[in-house]
Ligand binder design. Structure first.
Ligand code: BG6
Length: 288
């Protein structure tokens, strides 16, 4: 166990200078490796030995204070989406986080806890556990004397072989808001194929979502608890071109399957209470 503010553990966690001079932690286990920026407590890399990276990172990403990192796992909190005059997707992803604790667990997993200095009546902590899978827990405590309402989300970008080849399973019969059409629909498909821009919030679903990727010969599993919404997003051609920190053709290589509590699934937290949003990301070989 280490409680040094750097979080370093020889052979398991190393502090290095990342892109833009930002502080990055490299995490190594016998089965995988990962990288996390303290800026936004942002996971930018996770890779199992012998497998392609699980997370997509844009080659055009900014790495600078006040700018979010494009790709990996942005932490969305305490609001999702745009808010007039304020940062899109909240302040957590553009703030500097502090390492609270790090440890190598008995099973060889490496665990890291980070916190944000209390802001707007919230005490916020992220715990990341790296093994042959990646687990993340975002804990929020209300330290005010009145109840608070907020949104949260792991805005995970997955690395895929080709957007035309993948399918997304686990959302059949779930109601969703199509943000592009401004209308609600019921998901009819047990296996969603993406052939155009997609921006949807699926409501009231705790289901595990799977991304089947024949090109990489793998199936990614996105499990969650403490979250009632799942977002499915791919910017496709025109939006990709409009995004300054995203390559024109990078939409082909990513899909976001995001786990959280959004819109009508927002969290109401009584004074003194604490809630945890958890996701577990894993992968296995896709049977032909
Ligand atoms: C998704 C939203 O979660 O994030 C999209 O549903 C949004 O509407 C996308 O475009 C990217 O947001 P940002 O703020 O990182 O550009």
């Amino acid at each position: 166990m280490s409680d040094f503010s750097s979080g370093e553990i020889p052979g398991s966690i190393t502090s290095v200078k990342g892109a833009g001079g930002l502080k990055k932690l490299r995490i190594e286990t016998s089965r995988s490796c990962a990288e996390l920026y303290l800026h936004g407590a942002h996971l930018t890399h996770f890779q199992k030995n012998g497998e392609a990276p699980l997370l997509f990172m844009s080659a055009e990403s900014e790495f600078a204070p006040n700018f979010p990192i494009r790709g990996g796992v942005p932490l969305v909190f305490p609001w999702f989406g745009p808010r007039e005059g304020l940062a899109s997707h909240g302040f957590a992803r553009v703030m500097d986080w502090t390492v609270k604790e790090s440890a190598v667990l008995a099973d060889g997993s490496v665990q890291l806890s980070l916190s944000l200095s209390p802001v707007e009546s919230y005490e916020v902590e992220l715990t990341v556990t790296v093994s042959d899978r990646l687990s993340m827990e975002l804990a929020v405590k209300n330290i005010s004397e009145h109840s608070l309402v907020f949104e949260n989300c792991f805005h995970t970008y997955f690395h895929i072989s080709d957007i035309h080849a993948i399918s997304v399973c686990g959302l059949e019969n779930v109601h969703y808001l199509d943000k592009l059409k401004g209308q609600e629909f019921l998901e009819a498909s047990s296996s969603i194929h993406i052939h155009e821009e997609v921006d949807r919030v699926y409501w009231d679903t705790a289901s595990t979502v799977e991304i089947k990727d024949p090109g990489l010969g793998r199936k990614i599993r996105v499990e969650k608890s403490g979250g009632a919404s799942t977002v499915l997003w791919n910017p496709w051609i025109e939006k990709a071109k409009r995004m300054a920190d995203f390559g024109d053709l990078e939409y082909l290589k990513m899909v976001c399957v995001e786990s959280g509590n959004i819109g009508k699934n927002s969290v109401t937290l009584a004074a003194g209470d604490r809630v945890v949003l958890k996701t577990i990301l894993s992968s296995e070989t896709l049977a032909p």
